[in-house]
Design a protein around this ligand. Structure first.
Ligand SMILES: [Zn+2]
Length: 444
């Protein structure tokens, strides 16, 4: 069934970021309208401003969806999540390589079954909407059908995804491996079928250096060269044992990043999940190539991988571009609010800090910029898709109680949302101006 974009207006407290905040209190980094209106026509935002000024300009009969006291933000963007791991989340007691073998490689085998993939694509997209996530960068399983099912479901809902089938030709169960040639062929066919079709975009997806032979990484590089505009996603420097194994498998590489570099996998559309244990040389090379380091705090804590060094990556002499993500099922929550809250704790353990403004900017505008999609998503501004999240800062008794003491301070309210908020704080989610989730009308 084809998706029909919405034509509507939303009224509430509007918050949208204009650039990365430099410090707490950076008032010029965002626009906040205490009683604002977002006007949507055919799925795109046509106007945003004070409700008092805009209400009288609305076409006769246009509905206004009013969320008094709620915050309306651009929908959250998750830049690293595994679609076949919805039943791996919350698996006990293993670090990366064991965790892959014991849980993930078992669950991913079921995605050979198209009906299983289709059913889980529906669950996956429902869950994103429940958490206020309106776009995501997604790993499929090794089976091209898994990505086909996901793109099909997303396009039917008007959701823009970047996704790709995992390429994996060694160090995994036979049922989950392809070959350099078949991974090339299947990825190429998916690019032809889906990249740039509607809101869908493709990411060439070698899982990581351990599960790809040099021949397969060569194939990944060829796909990128032959299809300008497609993305690349993989994992980098997540776990110390993983790093040692990569050095053993690729003895000629200078370091982990160099493995990918040798095959032409770096660039401004290349997303590297984790980037915890990078050397100075690796960070400098990521800067040079405009590659993106994806911070996945709940996953890094849960799998015991280590603490992301935000300050080192941010070094003004060679800043590395960054994005934020859940990494479900290594990650423990679909909520970018909870993800940001755990990110704050990771940085605390590093002796660093993360102001709420910076976290909310990254979940929205910052992640869109990392993907080069700022013209379409990440801000509430005319021309952008009306992908929106409506947040209720008093969604639990503890939040309502704490909020009484904040007395309307916006930054404190955002910090409350990222520290105590979760899916319950998502009052509603809109995709292209259509309500995709309504917390208060869900029948249980
Ligand atoms: Zn991952």
């Amino acid at each position: 069934m084809a998706f029909t974009p919405g034509t509507t207006a939303l009224r509430g407290r509007i918050l949208t970021f204009l650039r990365a905040p430099e410090a707490p209190g950076d008032r010029d980094s965002y626009t906040y309208i205490a009683d604002g209106l977002v006007v949507v026509s055919d799925g795109r935002i046509t106007a945003v401003g004070e409700a008092a000024a805009l209400l009288s300009t609305l076409p006769v009969g246009m509905s206004v969806e009013h969320y008094p006291d709620s915050l309306i933000l651009p929908g959250f963007i998750d830049t690293h999540i595994h679609f076949p791991q919805t039943q791996v989340i919350a698996s006990y007691g293993a670090q990366l390589l064991d965790w892959l073998e014991k849980y993930t490689f078992i669950a991913e085998q079921r995605y050979a079954d198209h009906a299983h993939a289709a059913r889980n694509a529906r669950f996956f997209l429902d869950e994103l909407a429940r958490n206020g996530t309106t776009s995501a960068v997604v790993y499929g399983s090794v089976h091209p059908g898994s990505v086909q099912a996901l793109f099909h479901e997303a396009e039917g809902r008007g959701v823009g995804l970047v996704a790709g089938k995992v390429m994996m030709d060694r160090n995994a169960p036979t049922a989950l491996t392809d070959t350099a040639q078949t991974s090339y062929d299947h990825s190429k066919a998916l690019i032809g079928a889906w990249h740039g079709v509607g809101r869908q975009r493709y990411a060439v997806t070698p899982r990581f250096a351990i599960t790809s032979t040099p021949g397969q990484l060569e194939a990944a590089g060829a796909l990128l060269r032959e299809h300008p505009g497609v993305y690349m996603q993989t994992h980098l420097s997540e776990n110390l044992e993983e790093i040692r194994e990569v050095a053993r498998l690729y003895p000629k590489a200078r370091d982990y990043l160099d493995v990918y570099d040798r095959f032409g996998l770096l660039g401004d559309r290349s997303l590297f999940g984790h980037c915890i244990h990078l050397s100075e040389r690796e960070m400098a090379r990521m800067h040079e190539t405009a590659s993106i380091a994806v911070f996945c705090p709940t996953s890094n804590l849960f799998i015991g991988s280590g603490l992301f060094d935000h300050a080192a990556l941010e070094n003004p002499a060679r800043p590395v571009r960054m994005a934020l993500a859940t990494d479900v099922g290594g990650g423990t929550s679909y909520s970018l609010l909870q993800t940001a809250g755990e990110g704050y704790k990771v940085l605390q353990l590093r002796g660093q800090s993360w102001p709420a403004l910076a976290a909310f900017d990254l979940m929205t505008r910052g992640n869109a910029a990392a993907l080069g999609l700022s013209d379409d998503i990440g801000q509430i501004a005319p021309g952008r898709y009306a992908d929106l999240v409506v947040l209720d800062p008093s969604s639990t008794p503890a939040m309502a109680h704490r909020r009484e003491a904040i007395q309307g301070d916006l930054e404190e309210e955002l910090f409350l949302l990222m520290t105590l908020g979760d899916d319950r704080a998502v009052r509603a989610t809109y995709i292209q101006g259509r309500r995709a989730h309504d917390r208060d009308s869900v029948v249980i």
